[in-house]
Ligand binder design. Structure first.
Ligand code: AMP
Length: 185
């Protein structure tokens, strides 16, 4: 089975054009590599850009969306596999269960929450799948500073920021994931 990349990113509709292009590059890049996309199932913002570009390139796309958000986030009915779940927690669990690796683009509260849970579980050794940030404009710089501060003050240990390598271009991000994924089996 090909690599399944779970993408966390913004669902906001007002995101500027360059980031939309970046999101589309991710979708196209996944398709070119023959990889699969797992994402939140919506059609708005960067989420919609990634998914539409992945579908246009022929990638297999799984969308996971809570019943209550289907209209609000304009669920994308043309995905290959549309998984409807009860709530946001179930969505995260369903995405996690299908993911071999995680790619995080700029986003808001939802993206931050998904990223922190995935990072926390990795630091606890619950999983060892790669997490890469795609962040050409320093959207997550304050998060890196916060994580460094937690370690410096003794509230967290390990190289937290180092566990989140940052790429500036889609291809660089996908290469970084490929380099970290462990062979299956
Ligand atoms: P955002 O980054 O806020 O645009 O949200 C990205 C995605 O995360 C959207 O599809 C939201 O529905 C979802 N989301 C928002 N809040 C949460 C949360 N607390 N837990 C999990 N997903 C969330």
């Amino acid at each position: 089975m090909s690599l399944a990349v779970c993408v966390f990113c913004s669902s906001a509709d007002g995101v500027p054009g360059p980031l939309r292009g970046l999101a589309a590059d991710v979708g196209a890049g996944l398709a070119t590599r023959g990889w699969r996309l797992v994402y939140g199932g919506g059609g708005l913002g960067l989420m919609g850009e990634v998914a539409r570009a992945a579908l246009a390139g022929g990638a297999h796309v799984t969308g996971v969306i809570p019943h209550g958000l289907a209209a609000l986030e304009a669920e994308l009915l043309e995905v290959d596999d549309l998984v409807r779940v009860d709530d946001l927690r179930a969505r995260k669990a369903a995405m996690d269960a299908r993911a071999d690796a995680f790619l995080v683009l700029p986003g808001g509260l939802g993206t931050l929450e998904e990223l922190l849970e995935t990072l926390t579980l990795r630091q606890l050794g619950v999983h060892d799948r790669p997490i890469v940030l795609l962040d050409p404009e320093g959207h997550w710089r304050a998060l890196h500073d916060l994580l460094d501060g937690l370690v410096a003050s003794g509230f967290a240990s390990g190289d937290l920021a180092g566990a989140l390598p940052t790429a500036h271009r889609a291809e660089e991000a996908l290469d970084a994931l490929a380099a970290q994924v462990r062979p299956q089996g």
